[in-house]
Design a binder for this molecule. Structure first.
Ligand code: SAM
Length: 217
């Protein structure tokens, strides 16, 4: 049997509990600061079919996502009834529309030659989707897309990793500091305790969600 990427299986089997039926509340709460400089373009790495894409597209000229699983990209355009074209872009495929482009393929194969540079990046469910060895590579690659003075809004989770296996993985505050503070001014906007019955039943006795902003030097 051919090996199926775990994310491919999740999408095929509809195990996409991470997908929100609404725009991310933290994005709504913090966009005033995050998009203060009215960015031309916003990048959404590991975007799934998030409704944050059209919401951001109403506040910037162009929004660009990258997503590994084609089913997610197809569902995004179909469910939101957005007319689009599809073209090949090296190892990736580009689904292109007026204000939202999504590259279907591996984030690590995406370069500035595909997209140019961005003034803002929104990461929700992205760094926490990657295991520890990939996160260093992710941070470095992600920041290579951001212009100096550009902003990254970043949402993380922190819990005892031996109480639950990821994804989503725990990315502790210390690790965020270690990965990102070298690139710019890192600010913690808020920390929320999100422990509920479902997470308690999974074995967790605590879980914090954090929202950071990084302004690149
Ligand atoms: C936890 S989901 C979050 C999706 C989205 N950000 C949201 O808030 O709904 C992570 C997504 O990243 C995609 N993904 C995982 N590894 C990837 C990679 N290397 N390149 C591009 N996408 C990837 C998965 O298919 C999945 O849709």
């Amino acid at each position: 049997m051919q090996f199926m990427n775990p994310w491919e299986s999740r999408w095929q089997e509809g195990r996409i509990g991470f997908h929100l039926p609404e725009v991310n509340p933290y994005l709504i709460r913090h966009y005033g600061e995050f998009l203060k400089k009215s960015p031309e373009n916003v990048f959404v790495p590991l975007c799934g079919k998030t409704l944050d894409l059209p919401w951001l597209a109403n506040r910037a000229k162009k929004v660009v996502g990258v997503e590994l699983v084609s089913k997610a990209v197809e569902e995004f355009f179909t469910e939101n009834k957005i007319f689009h074209s599809i073209q090949s872009a090296g190892k990736l495929q580009l689904f292109r529309s007026d204000s939202i482009d999504i590259f279907n393929g591996d984030f690590f194969d995406l370069t500035q030659e595909h997209t140019g540079f961005f003034e803002a990046i929104f990461d929700r469910g992205s760094i926490v989707a990657l295991d520890s060895p990939e996160r260093q590579k992710y941070a470095e690659h992600l920041l290579s897309f951001l212009v100096p003075g550009g902003r990254l809004l970043l949402i993380t989770l922190e819990y005892e990793q031996d109480q639950m296996s990821g994804p989503p993985f725990s990315v502790p505050d210390k690790e965020i500091e270690m990965l990102f503070s070298q690139y710019g001014r890192l600010e913690l906007f808020e920390t929320t305790d999100i422990l509920d019955i479902r997470l308690r039943n999974k074995g967790l006795d605590g879980i914090l969600e954090r929202v950071y902003q990084l302004e690149k030097y």
